[in-house]
Design a protein around this ligand. Structure first.
Ligand code: DON
Length: 307
């Protein structure tokens, strides 16, 4: 298949959609990003990459980082993690409080905010504090992307901390139900730093290769998850990776994927490739408008979906 040609077609066809949607402005630092940008990269088993658009432009990966934190947490806690966070789609917004109250402080899955905050709480307990937990996640990001330069943007993290009421509420609610071990503010602050990790589509696409190949990076042979764990992360991305639009994403794109409010989306074609796409304007569910459409075009043109 001529992947470069297919990506070029997508880049052309996506142009009218780059004006649609709205950048995330509840994190003020994200609202400053030029909203009409687009990039897409695919990485094959061999490491060969094909890109279009601004594939070297860094952006805030936001909720895509939840995949990394969850990968670390299932390695450490295995099944005991599921006492603290479920594996069901929420059908609610990513930062919703209502379901958490009904379900006694156990978040539906690790990709909604409450679930990711509880995963951070678990990582901090295991690694012995905020600094070490963040360092482990950053090192994981560096290892899977084979790029030791990966960092987080402290301006974005600080900016989010100034408008943290909703995430702090989620954490306090979990604490009130006894599903929280560490200091609420500290966990939420560290979670924001995790979300503020900066990557471009070339880094991100490379980074997701381990999930396309049963937990092992096919380029350097490093194993990050076993086959069963990789299956579980992919299943969660398919069913929960786009919050209350996860069904729609599975229906239209047909791949395990994870979005972030920075406008990035990653997707995995099992045993074939990993994909990253970026365009900052979001749809009403908080997922990249053009990014979702580009992935839909990609699976329609190539026939590469899991269905
Ligand atoms: O906690 C938040 O709201 C953000 N740091 C992350 C949310 C996010 O990326 C949702 N994704 N589409």
């Amino acid at each position: 298949m001529n992947y470069q040609q297919i990506l070029k077609e997508i880049e052309k066809e996506i142009q009218p959609s780059l004006q649609k949607g709205k950048v995330a402005d509840y994190i003020p630092a994200l609202a400053e990003v030029d909203p009409n940008q687009f990039a897409m990269t695919i990485t094959l088993k061999s490491g060969e990459q094909f890109s279009v658009g601004k594939s070297q432009e860094d952006f805030s990966i936001q909720s895509i980082s939840k995949v990394l934190a969850f990968s670390l947490a299932i390695n450490i806690y295995s099944k005991s993690l599921y006492k603290r966070v479920g594996v069901e789609p929420s059908g609610n917004a990513f930062n919703s409080l209502v379901q958490l109250e009904y379900e006694q402080g156990i978040p539906r899955n690790p990709f909604i905010n409450a679930g990711a905050i509880v995963v951070m709480d678990a990582l901090m307990s295991h690694y012995g504090g905020d600094y070490l937990a963040l360092e482990k996640i950053l090192n994981f990001a560096r290892d899977i992307s084979a790029n030791q330069e990966i960092k987080f943007d402290s301006t974005v993290a600080k900016s989010e901390m100034e408008y943290a009421s909703r995430n702090l509420s989620l954490a306090h609610l979990m604490k009130s139900f006894g599903n929280f071990d560490n200091d609420v503010r500290n966990v939420v602050q560290t979670y924001f730093k995790q979300c503020a990790i900066v990557m471009n589509t070339e880094n991100l696409s490379r980074a997701m290769l381990y999930l396309a190949f049963d937990g092992t990076d096919p380029i350097n042979g490093r194993s990050f998850l076993n086959e069963l764990q990789a299956k579980r992360v992919n299943a969660l991305m398919l069913t929960c990776g786009h919050y209350d639009a996860s069904g729609e994403f599975a229906y239209n794109v047909g791949l395990p994927g994870k979005s972030g409010v920075g406008g990035g989306i990653v997707a995995v074609v099992p045993d074939v490739m990993s994909i990253a796409v970026w365009s900052p304007r979001l749809n009403s569910y908080g997922n990249s408008y053009a990014g979702t459409l580009a992935l839909q075009m990609f699976t329609s043109k190539t026939g590469l979906s899991i269905f």
